[in-house]
Design a protein around this ligand. Structure first.
Ligand SMILES: CC(=O)SCCNC(=O)CCNC(=O)[C@H](O)C(C)(C)COP(=O)(O)OP(=O)(O)OC[C@H]1O[C@@H](n2cnc3c(N)ncnc32)[C@H](O)[C@@H]1OP(=O)(O)O
Ligand SMILES: O=C([O-])CC(=O)C(=O)O
Length: 373
């Protein structure tokens, strides 16, 4: 007889990883041993992706080579390019990304291989292509205007802002967005990463694992929360925030962007995102930062819950001019670096992930022919 399951696998250790580590009581997060507070505002997203996928911080030369690999790798294949317009017409952003990454798998030159070398190449291509997939999707659904050519003097973050908003970002906006990407890159055995590892552990390929991860990130209890935070902010009357949130909590509603399975104190990423939201709000539009602060205060006072990474990310992305329904896709741009690194790690020391279940159904049922039921 199997043991009782732990609902939601809370506190169950499901894998060993050298990628990231969390101290939930102290509110600390590390990527390969580096404190997120040291990386935020210092490491670029490209350096962070290299650190996760290739095991160490790159030298200048290694980073330049990796940058070239990303530039070459962002080219979209024929199958993706031919289907983007129809997908944009029929699917919402995260559904579209699920489809497009699946098609990118068919376009990938290493599609039939899961060797370590092929995985490293695919990991770089997936990181390079994700922002462009979103920009092309967005352009197609908003009338098909051409996506501006990438500017090779800009980072992935800068090019994303350029290609989605159609305007060259100012340097500080690109820096802030780059820091957002660093903050979201990896997070131990979160639901989407776990989904990717389960898929990879069957010795399936990297694109299949990433499709599983994208489908999992989409839900509002996970990455989908950042979009819901913005929808909540937009739905509230600024002068009534505290009362409205109290009413929602009293009615048993969850407030998106609060609470976390692992952190029992402030999420260290929220500290940085709050600061960025405040900085951007000083450009003449303080409303959503102030409302966020009011929400934070009342949720803590009423439920003792802290904001998670999705909460202040919402107002930051809004201030950066990113359309609200692209907030979760933005999360996927960053988390792609962590997902791909986890697939590499899983394949390097693999065993099929196949837990047990507790049977709670009927037993000893007697078969009845269909006409006697
Ligand atoms: C990138 C990320 O994935 S970060 C998380 C993004 N998700 C969200 O922001 C959605 C809102 N938050 C939540 O739903 C949860 O806090 C989760 C999913 C993040 C964590 O879930 P769990 O660890 O399973 O906690 P669970 O949902 O069981 O909550 C524990 C208790 O706190 C309450 N609670 C947790 N989060 C919230 C919230 N955001 N608003 C109100 N109450 C909450 C629950 O209602 C529950 O109360 P109860 O014991 O009285 O029933
Ligand atoms: O870790 C989790 O459960 C959710 C997550 O991905 C994150 O917070 O970044």
């Amino acid at each position: 007889m199997a043991d009782k399951p732990t609902k939601g696998l809370a506190d169950v250790v499901a894998a060993s990883t050298a990628l990231s580590d969390i101290d939930g009581k102290a509110g600390r997060l590390f990527y390969r041993g580096y404190d997120i507070h040291d990386l935020a505002g210092r490491a670029t997203f490209e350096e962070t992706a290299y650190l996760l996928q290739r095991g160490k911080l790159p030298t200048r030369e290694e980073l330049a080579d990796y940058g070239q690999e990303l530039v070459r790798g962002r080219e979209l294949g024929a199958l993706v390019s031919q289907n983007i317009a129809e997908i944009a017409e029929k699917q919402k952003p995260m559904e579209a990304l699920r489809s497009l990454v699946s098609l990118a798998g068919a376009d990938d030159p290493d599609k039939d291989s899961i060797t370590p070398e092929a995985n490293l190449c695919k990991a770089a291509r997936l990181v390079a292509q994700q922002p462009l997939l979103i920009a092309r999707y967005h352009a197609a659904r908003t009338g098909g205007s051409a996506v501006p050519e990438a500017d090779d003097s800009l980072s992935i973050a800068g090019n994303f802002l350029l290609q989605v908003t159609g305007r060259a970002p100012d340097a500080r906006a690109a820096e802030i967005f780059d820091e957002c990407l660093v903050l979201h890159a990896d997070h131990t055995m979160n639901a989407s990463t776990f989904a990717a590892r389960v898929c990879a552990a069957t010795l399936s390929d990297m694109h299949s694992a990433i499709v599983a991860a994208i489908g999992t990130l989409k839900g509002p209890l996970h990455g989908g929360a950042n979009e819901q935070v913005m929808r909540t902010l937009e739905s509230l009357d600024q002068s009534q925030v505290a009362q409205s949130v109290r009413d929602k909590l009293a009615a048993g509603e969850k407030i998106m962007g609060f609470g976390h399975r692992v952190y029992k104190t402030e999420d260290p990423r929220a500290t940085h995102l709050r600061r960025m939201s405040e900085e951007l709000s000083a450009n003449g539009d303080p409303k959503y930062y102030r409302m966020s602060k009011d929400m934070e205060e009342v949720v803590f006072e009423t439920k003792g819950l802290y904001p998670n990474v999705d909460f202040y990310a919402a107002s930051v992305y809004h201030y950066l001019g990113i359309p609200t329904d692209l907030f979760t896709p933005v999360f996927s741009v960053s988390r792609m670096s962590g997902w791909t690194a986890h697939v590499i790690e899983q394949h390097a020391d693999n065993r099929l992930i196949r837990p047990d279940s507790e049977y709670i159904g009927e037993r000893d049922q007697k078969w009845k022919p269909i006409d006697e039921r």
